[in-house]
Structures are given as C-alpha cells and as structure tokens.
Design a protein around this ligand. Structure first.
Ligand code: NFS
Ligand code: SF4
Length: 651
C-alpha cells in the first residue's frame, strides 16, 4: 500500500487535521488517504487519451514530437481540446441545471402556486426585470415576476440567441463575441452542440473546438449561473454585509446537528425557516437536545452564509471531517460535489445520511425526496424530524468537536460593492475605479474554486491570497476557496492591517471592509462578471473587461465546473490561472493556444501554475501589464510578502 502523507503535509486546517488523525487512528478511509493510495493516471492527467468511440480507447504519448495519433487518426491536439470541451460542457450543464431549477421554483412562486416560498427582494426583481426589458411601470409585482420567470426559463431552451444577460457586458466585449460567432443561443443548445462536436468524427480542429467551448462556457457564466444568482437573490434575498461563523467548531454538543451539503439553495432556505419553528424546536427538546443547530457546507451553505449569516462547517475537503466529529445527527445533500465515500463513512457513526434530490441518489443513503415546487415545507419537516429522532443514537464516546471557529463578514454581492465603496447616496463603482487609477488598489483578483486532496488543503489559497493582499490587490472570492480564507481570519476588517499593502489597507480601513470579499457560491461567480462590466462602464479603465487590471485563479480546483468557470472568464477577457494539475501537455499546439494564442482572439488566456507564489507573480505581472497599458502604472513594483515585510506592516 502507498505510504500516506504526514498529516501536516495534507492540510493546514487545524480542525481537518484533528479529524484526519482521529480517522487514521480508527482505521477509517478518507478522501485524503485515498488520494495517496490511488496515484493519478499519468496519461489521463495529461489528457492524452480518448474513449469517444470503441475503435479505441486510444492512448497517445505525452512526449514530443507528439506525432502519435488515435486509430481514427485524431491528433493529440484534437484529443486534448475535445476532452477539455467536454469538461466545459459538463460544468456548464451542472451550473445551468441548477439555474433551471431556480427558474422553475421562481415561476411557481410568481404564479402564486407555491405557498412555501416568497419573493424576498422586490427591488432586485424590478432591477432584473429592467435588465431583461420587462415593463414594470404600472404593473402588479406578480405579473412582472411571471414574465421575468418565463424569460429566465426560456434562456435554457432558446434556439436563437443571444442570451439576455449578455447585454450586461461592455459593448466592446459583446461586439467581440459577435464577430467571433460566440454569442450563446440557449444554454441547453450550447451543451448539446458541444457534446455533438466532441463526438467521434465531428470537430477535429483544436481552435474551433476551444472557441466552441468558449461559447458553451459563456452560456454558463452569463446564462445558467447568472439566472441562478439573480433569481436566488429575488427569492432568498440579495446578500449584504453580514456576520458569520465558520469551521467545524460551529457544531454544538448539546443540540441536534444538521449539516446541509450541496448546491441548490432552496432546501437549505426551507430548513433555515424550520430550524427556528417552535414545533420543530419542541420536538428537539423532547428528544433531549437543547435545540437545532443547522449548519451549511460547501456552496448552498455559502449562499445562506452570505444571505442569513448561517453557520458554515467547512469546505469540500472537510466533508469527511464533519462526519468524523461523530456529532452530526443528520447530513442532507442535494446535488454536486457529494463524495460517495461520505455514505460509508457516515455508517461508521450514528450519522444519518439523506439524499434529497431525484437526480442524486447514492447507494446506502436514505432517500427523502425534496421538491421546491411541491410540498417543500412538508419534506423539510420530515427531514428535520428524522435528524432529531437520531439525536438519541449519538455515541458520546465517539464525539470530538474541535473548539475552533472563526468570525467573518461576508455578503459582497455586486450591489453591495457598489454601495459600500460609493456610499448610500452615490452608490457607484467610481471610488473603486478611482482607487485603482490612483494606485492605492493595484488591481482586483478573483480567487475561487474547490479544495483538492492532491495538494496541501487550504494552503495554496492561503499563500496566494496573502501575497496578493501584500501587493495591494483586492481579493473577491466564491465557493470553497472563500471558506478557506474565512477560516484563516481574512474576512474581518482587522485583516486589512495585518495583511495588506499600505494602499489597500487605507481603502479597507476607510470603508471598514475586509480585504477579502465573500461573494457567494460558485454560481455566484456571475456576480464578478457583472462587477467587472460595471467597472468598465464606470470609466477610466479602458473599454473592455480585457483592459482591466484584474486576474482570476482557482488554486486547488478539482471539478469540471471549475473548468467551465475558468473558460468563461477567459472568454470574457480575464487572465485565469489554475493550480493542482492541468489536463494539457505543454508544448502541444493546443496547449500553446490555450496558454497563449487565445489571448489574441478573446483578450483573456489560461495559465497553469501549482506554486502559489509563482501564481501570485503571474497574476500581479498581468495586472501591472494592464496598468501600464492604461497609463496608470506609476511606482507599483511587485513586493514579496516575506516575514520582513509582515513585520514592517505590523508596526
Ligand atoms: Ni464549486 Fe461548490 Fe466547492 Fe468546487 Fe464543489 S462545493 S460549486 S465545485 S468543491 S468550489
Ligand atoms: Fe481513438 Fe479516435 Fe475513437 Fe478517440 S475517436 S477512441 S482517438 S479512434
């Protein structure tokens, strides 16, 4: 058996380390240890194989001169581009099917057919209606809502484009897409077309495939994901700055611990209501508990963390750990990023594991179906009751709740950023742009994405963000990456004095905001697209997203969804760096296009770098290059955030 890494090499997260030790002592299998036991296939890792037909599977060589071809004659460039495009299609499908679910839910609410949910943010409804060209003047809110819902739903099946929200992009960007024939039509159409084009014997031109994948990815970012974010805000509230608490220490020894892990926010929203319901609380008391402690995990947790300040147990690579506490009475999951291993792990404790969505059942889990549009409240009651009933089975001798949790402030929707920096009476992006132009803020970085057991958990995010802040780069976050930095204390206003260069520190302190802004779940990367477009429209920083001094990164990604996100950022003009490993062979024509030539077409490009300091250097160099092109580059050399620099900052 392969040798396991030392725990200090596996994670920098204390609570995860503690639980991993507990698991190893008890002989339990976790994803961290399985990653050590299962070395990644070197051919697959380089994307040098194809199984798109049964003349293969074909394994090509990842060594120069790259002249080996598949049985059909497919080149290494075709095979890599095709595999990449399929990842984009899968990621787009995931975000967008989630967006469709939100659209159907919203339609049922708008029509008055769903008493279990309401419209919580009418102002946002009207703003979205305006962007969609829906008449609001003199109309009933209900009628506006129905029309908005129908337009949103139509974005999926539409046959002729462009998708409505693309019009939010700067004019120059829209024109570029139009010229290249990349304006997405309907979301489903783009996904289907990508599956077709990547089938055996169809598109065999690596550039055409990569640009086709860009069109599909745009249908995610400006389509499915954006629909999801906007409608979720209308139904569950637009995030504004709010306090939260993160890490495994949010579990409570005396209450029924219910952990919700997954992506679609409506089930968790319903459970949030029910966890405060007197009848449910009475049930919990009857069961011998002091109350119900509902906590989120991963992305639906992120959505409720920034909307309601719901406690959050941790990111993707803490899902094993939360079960290993032995304190979880019910774990409810819906769709995406649910590791199958969690079910067998939960069986080693009293934890009841519930799947709740017809699209995601797992062998061995108990399935209680939850539909937003049908008896949502009743299903929620059933789920919560099961968890409460399980409280009595908790085995105190198996419970270890780490005493670690961190305070944070999250809730930075693009509306909030506008409002915070601009002030109540002059909400605008002008102050942000001004501070970028005057050099206090060097630029903006989106640091997003997963955690992955193949790298030291949380460490790559942590090192990267530290380096960016020290160089006056404001950091906006979503997804599991956001939870990493929240746990490390970077989402408190005090973090500005501790980690930022003098310029960024001054801005954060003046506004009273943390230097790392939590903007939500992965679908909420669409907020970053809107924020970037607003920055361009505000003026002074060029006329396209690709002119802005900004960069993106997913330092510990693992998911196809992350690839789709990366590609829509690149297709929107953003330089984007991924860590861990990349499904590409450097030196092939395709890789050279993706990491280089594509910039001429789209204004953004990909980069791969696993070392966080080098990753920061790439991003900062890119930001500097953009500053120079804008003529705002005075005295902004990159500094290395070493101990010496930190000491100077602290005095
Ligand atoms: Ni994003 Fe959210 Fe996390 Fe990665 Fe998974 S939970 S949608 S895919 S692992 S950030
Ligand atoms: Fe091999 Fe071509 Fe079939 Fe792929 S499509 S498995 S490269 S023969």
């Amino acid at each position: 058996m392969a040798k396991l890494r030392e725990i200090q090499d596996v994670t920098i997260c204390e609570t995860t380390a503690e639980m991993l030790k507990k698991a190893r002592d008890a002989g339990l299998s976790t994803a961290f240890d399985r990653a050590d036991e299962m070395s990644a296939c070197p051919i697959g890792a380089k994307s040098a194989c194809c199984k798109h037909c049964v003349m293969g599977p074909c394994r090509l060589s990842s060594k120069a001169p790259y002249d080996k071809v598949g049985v059909c004659g497919a080149t290494i460039d075709t095979i890599q581009a095709r595999n990449f495009a399929r990842m984009v299609a899968a990621g787009t499908a995931a975000h967008s099917d989630h967006g469709r679910e939100m659209s159907e839910l919203f339609l049922s609410i708008a029509k008055g057919e769903n008493p279990d949910y309401q419209i919580r943010d009418e102002a946002k409804l009207l703003a979205v209606a305006k962007d969609l060209g829906v008449e609001t003047e003199g109309r009933e809110v209900k009628d506006v809502a129905v029309e908005v819902a129908e337009i949103c739903l139509s974005q999926f099946g539409q046959q002729h484009g462009p998708l409505k929200f693309l019009e939010r992009a700067p004019e120059a960007r829209f024109k570029k897409w139009q010229e290249l024939g990349l304006l997405p039509r309907g979301v489903d159409r783009e996904v289907v077309e990508m599956m077709h084009r990547t089938a055996m014997g169809v598109d065999q031109d690596y550039k055409n495939l990569t640009l086709g994948a860009a069109r599909c990815a745009l249908a995610d970012g400006w389509g499915g994901s954006m629909v999801s974010t906007e409608l979720s805000d209308i139904m569950f509230g637009t995030p504004k700055p709010i306090r939260g608490e993160v890490d495994l220490g949010v579990l409570d020894a005396n209450k029924v611990n219910v952990v919700v892990h997954g992506h679609e926010p409506h089930m968790l929203d319903m459970l949030c209501e029910l966890a405060e319901d007197p009848e449910m609380l009475a049930k919990a008391k009857e069961a011998g508990a002091e109350g119900i402690n509902l906590v989120g995990m991963c992305c639906s947790g992120n959505e409720q963390l920034i909307r309601r300040g719901l406690k959050h147990a941790g990111n993707f690579m803490q899902c094993d750990a939360v079960i290993i506490t032995g304190a979880v009475d019910g774990m409810m999951v819906d769709v995406q990023c649910i590791q199958q291993g969690l079910v067998s792990l939960s069986q080693c404790f009293h934890t009841k594991f519930f799947t709740t969505n017809y699209r995601c059942k797992i062998e061995g889990a108990e399935h209680i179906e939850f539909h937003g549009t049908e008896n949502a409240r009743q299903s929620g009651v059933e789920l919560l009751t099961k968890a409460i009933e399980n409280f009595k089975n908790r085995d105190a001798s198996k419970v270890t709740i780490p005493d670690t949790r961190e305070q944070m402030i999250g809730g930075f929707s693009h509306e909030t950023i506008n409002y915070m920096l601009g002030g109540t009476f002059r909400a605008s992006y002008t102050p942000l742009n001004d501070n970028i132009i005057n050099g206090r803020i060097r630029g903006v970085a989106g640091v997003v994405g997963c955690t992955n057991p193949r790298v030291k958990h949380d460490w790559v995010h942590y090192e990267l963000v530290k380096e960016l802040l020290a160089n006056d780069v404001l950091v906006v976050q979503t997804g599991c990456s956001a939870i990493t930095m929240a746990k490390m204390g970077f989402m408190q206003p005090e973090a500005a004095a501790k980690y930022c260069g003098p310029g960024l520190r001054e801005v954060c302190e003046a506004v009273g905001m943390p230097p790392v802004l939590h903007s939500g779940a992965c679908v909420d990367n669409s907020r970053i697209l809107v924020a970037l477009s607003e920055m361009v429209k505000t003026g002074g920083l060029g006329d396209d997203i690709s002119d802005l001094p900004v960069a993106g990164a997913a330092p510990e990604y693992m998911s196809e969804k992350a690839i789709a996100i990366g590609h829509y950022f690149v297709a929107s003009g953003v330089f984007t760096v991924f860590g861990v490993t990349f499904p590409a062979i450097e030196g092939t024509k395709w890789a050279e296009y993706l990491f280089g030539g594509i910039e001429e077409d789209l204004g953004g490009k990909w980069a791969f770098e696993s070392d966080p300091n080098k990753m920061a250097a790439l991003m900062i160099d890119h930001i500097n290059k953009k500053r120079e092109a804008l003529g705002i580059h005075k005295k902004k050399e990159r500094v290395l955030f070493d101990m010496e620099a930190r000491r100077q900052l602290e005095v």
